[in-house]
Design a protein around this ligand. Structure first.
Ligand SMILES: [Zn+2]
Length: 316
């Protein structure tokens, strides 16, 4: 089923899809909107869904059936990227938007029958070299054996308000409303509000929170109160602040704990005096424990409360 790296990164969404794959294939959505900060993660996720639906072998990530191999190499006949530079008919010279001609081309291709589960993955693209962050995303989210984005001379971005030619949406809408069986449209967005409501209302929306850590971890100081003095009462408040922050900014808990770890390690470097040094070292091990608990699927609320209570207990 869904490749391990994506399963770990997006466990809730993956549980949902794995259940559908096991018992309820006819419930597989015909239109999906992905929301989140990382467009490459969303694209790999869509490709994994397409791979499992088209697999004629074991469906797991090591499967070597022809369909799985085609998808990993980005040459499956039923998987279509649609952007300003993909899926352009030869007589289409529009370069900056997804055009009406493209939408009509999709409509036309849907009239032909297919032996496969067809995917149309919509995103914004432009010809440019990948930056470091994009390379990191590709490395991080690419499941084993995939060879898709490295060395490409274009970059994949989220759909924005200018991606579609307005007239193309109306044509596209007809296909999205009544797609033939075994056809799925996927839209990669930062937020559903970047897509026309008429499309969103016909889609299932899934959030894929970003796992790429920020380099600047200074924001962690907002979440350590009067460290090294943390009272038991403030432990619960701080834990709540962190939970709200994660929710509002769509940040994965693992990322925050990694940032916290880095912040504490920096603190350690600046404080060589006892007893503060021992306290910080001890708390670093508590943060590592919290990371392990998260990996063991323990609820983030419980993990954070336990962590802050340990900070409080060892308070100076
Ligand atoms: Zn397979």
């Amino acid at each position: 089923m869904i490749a391990d790296n994506l399963l770990n990164a997006f466990s809730l969404t993956s549980k949902y899809f794995n259940l559908i794959f096991e018992n309820n294939l006819e419930k597989f959505p015909q239109a999906i909107v992905f929301e989140g900060l990382d467009a490459y993660a969303q694209c790999f996720y869509a490709l994994e869904l397409a791979r499992i639906l088209n697999c004629t072998g074991t469906k797991d990530e090591n499967c070597e059936c022809l369909n799985c191999r085609w998808i990993r190499e980005n040459k499956h006949p039923a998987i279509n990227f649609v952007s300003q530079i993909h899926f352009k008919p030869s007589d289409d010279d529009s370069k900056t938007t997804i055009s009406t001609k493209q939408a009509k081309e999709i409509e036309k291709s849907l009239r032909e029958t297919s032996d496969y589960h067809r995917f149309f993955i919509f995103f914004d693209a432009k010809n440019a070299p990948q930056d470091e962050l994009q390379k990191k995303s590709i490395q991080m989210y690419s499941p084993k054996g995939y060879n898709i984005f490295p060395d490409e001379d274009w970059v994949l971005n989220h759909i924005n308000s200018k991606t579609f030619n307005p007239a193309s949406i109306n044509v596209l809408l007809k296909s999205v409303e009544e797609p033939p069986k075994r056809t799925t449209f996927v839209f990669l967005t930062k937020n559903r509000s970047d897509l026309l409501n008429t499309i969103v209302s016909r889609s299932q929306v899934f959030k894929l929170p970003s796992l790429c850590a920020k380099n600047d971890v200074s924001y962690i100081k907002n979440f350590i109160g009067n460290y090294p003095k943390i009272s038991y009462a403030s432990a619960f408040d701080l834990s709540l602040d962190v939970q709200n922050y994660l929710r509002e900014n769509e940040i994965a808990p693992e990322v925050l704990l990694d940032d916290m770890l880095l912040y504490f390690i920096n603190m350690l470097k600046l404080n060589s005096n006892e007893p503060l040094y021992s306290k910080i070292s001890q708390d670093i091990s508590y943060i590592s424990d919290a990371k392990r608990q998260l990996l063991a699927s323990i609820n983030i609320k419980i993990v954070l409360e336990a962590l802050y209570l340990k900070f409080a207990r060892s308070s100076l």
